[in-house]
Design a protein around this ligand. Structure first.
Ligand SMILES: [Zn+2]
Length: 488
């Protein structure tokens, strides 16, 4: 018997750190990378030929709403097909746990949709995820809006009282103890809009104690974005938590070009405290359908509607014309619904992505009938379109922004590098052909050029289809910290 389970031969390794590509064989034993050595020197029971390909760490999708998708859709083809081996869930203030009462279920939770799989405690939710044996790993944030619904029911259009803040803080504390990795807020959305800075800063206090991160879909990504950045940074400082600004964008035509203001502001603030942000590689965003957002978008496409049939994928203007009403009235009639909003400037998107503080997150919404193409296309698009074709950054740096840097920012110990002792999360891709194929017209379409994807040593994507591997895990804070400590 050979010393190793699998050897990946003849590939060029992009190890995740940004180091230049180098020729090496990568050996796996169990769920770990066991050796990275000179080509031809390692022997395995199985071999994967990676000639002409790049062997990279599996990508970490730092911004997702895949909480319940890991349970309902455990092959996770929309992510495994892109080379993603870990998803960070519970973003934008909406998480699938904890739900301590049954009389709640605001609209926003439709983002994590399947109500059957929400759970009373985070611990219970993590157990459900593991029982589902997903193909890839999940790490989980606790949503501030979710906490609000627990403490305040449907009475959300006001500030929380001191005792309600106490309830939310305790629930966060308990969830972090059970393994959540941080708190997310979505002050942009109705369930949390009325929350003050003080409310979030008070609730966030347990982050300091447990070493959790704070991610923010900021209150305003348009006209008042600079003020919102200050608010976000302040909450992080007061909680003693590292900050990650979600899907950084300057939204709405009047704000095009304002990366010239926000990026230097990030650079300055990063000297004072730990701050990073994520970006998706598109000029359109997507979320629930909101009338307030229609004016800032050049074009709006409907992604789903629970009340009107056959509107998914269509332009709201055309739907309104057919209904013989304004787009605002049409939006009312479609509710509850989701939409894609074309509201960013291409130059801004590129500037954000190339900033030293930027990592890649898809923000894909897994249950939409006609989803934004980012759900299936984000990572190959960054590699093929932005790195190879537009030369926005070298391939090694593109990989770093999807792997080691992301793992460091979310404290995902032993993930994100091709290095002995690290978990065998790997993506083997063809650098000459890798590209997204998902479009706004045809969004459900696997990328090209992704050869083989492994998660914890098991093949989860190969030759254009799921590989059968189901060894993904719920990555829990305490396990990650123990792992980091052991290797320190
Ligand atoms: Zn968001």
């Amino acid at each position: 018997m050979a010393k190793y389970d699998t050897v990946i031969r003849n590939g060029q390794v992009a190890d995740g750190t940004g180091r230049k590509l180098f020729a090496a064989d990568v050996a796996l034993k169990g769920d770990r990378i066991a050796a990275v050595e000179t080509p031809g020197t390692l022997k395995g029971d199985n071999e994967i030929d990676a000639r002409g390909k790049v062997v990279a760490p599996g990508f970490i999708d730092v911004h997702t709403h895949d909480d319940t998708a890991l349970i309902d859709n455990p092959t996770m083809a929309m992510k495994a097909s892109q080379g993603v081996t870990t998803v960070v869930c519970g973003n934008c203030g909406a998480s699938a746990a904890p739900f301590t009462r049954s009389d709640i279920g605001h609209f926003l939770t439709l983002i994590v949709k399947k109500q059957a799989n929400i759970a009373k405690t985070f611990g219970e939710f993590a157990t459900k995820v593991e029982a589902a044996k997903p193909a890839i790993n999940g790490a989980f944030l606790i949503g501030h809006s979710t906490l609000r619904m627990n403490a305040m029911g449907d009475d959300l259009a006001r500030q929380a009282s001191a005792s309600e803040i106490g309830v939310m803080r305790d629930l966060l504390d308990q969830s972090l103890e059970q393994g959540a990795i941080g708190l997310s807020s979505g002050l942009f959305y109705p369930p949390a809009m009325a929350a003050s800075t003080d409310e979030v800063a008070e609730i966030a206090k347990p982050l300091g104690k447990w070493g959790g991160v704070y991610t923010a879909h900021m209150r305003d990504e348009g006209d008042h974005i600079l003020k919102s950045m200050d608010e976000t940074f302040e909450i992080g400082r007061r909680a003693g938590a590292e900050v990650i600004v979600s899907h950084h964008k300057c939204s709405g035509r009047p704000n095009f070009g304002r990366m010239k203001e926000t990026l230097p502001k990030f650079t300055e603030a990063m000297k004072q405290q730990q701050i990073a942000f994520d970006v998706y590689p598109y000029v359109a965003g997507s979320t629930i359908l909101r009338k307030e957002m229609l004016d800032r978008a050049d074009k709006v496409l409907i992604t789903w509607s629970d009340t009107v049939a056959d509107v998914s994928g269509r332009d709201l203007k055309d739907i309104a014309k057919e209904m013989g009403c304004s787009i605002y009235d049409a939006a009312d009639r479609l509710q509850p619904a989701g939409a894609i909003y074309f509201m960013m400037d291409e130059k801004d998107v590129q500037a954000a992505m190339a900033h030293p503080g930027a990592m890649i997150g898809s923000d894909g919404i897994p249950f939409d009938t006609h989803p934004h193409p980012r759900l299936w296309g984000t990572f190959p698009r960054v590699l093929g379109h932005y790195s190879r074709d537009l030369k926005l950054f070298p391939l090694e740096d593109a990989v770093r922004r999807m792997t080691s840097y992301s793992a460091q920012r979310f404290h995902l110990a032993k993930r994100g590098e091709v290095k002995p002792g690290f978990y065998a999360d790997l993506c083997i891709f063809d650098p000459a052909t890798v590209i997204d194929t998902a479009t706004f017209d045809k969004p459900i379409s696997p990328a090209k050029g992704i050869d083989t994807v492994l998660c914890n040593g098991a093949i989860v994507w190969r030759d254009g289809k799921p590989g059968g591997g189901r060894s993904g895990r719920a990555l829990k804070r305490q396990d990650l910290q123990a792992e980091a400590k052991a290797s320190a």
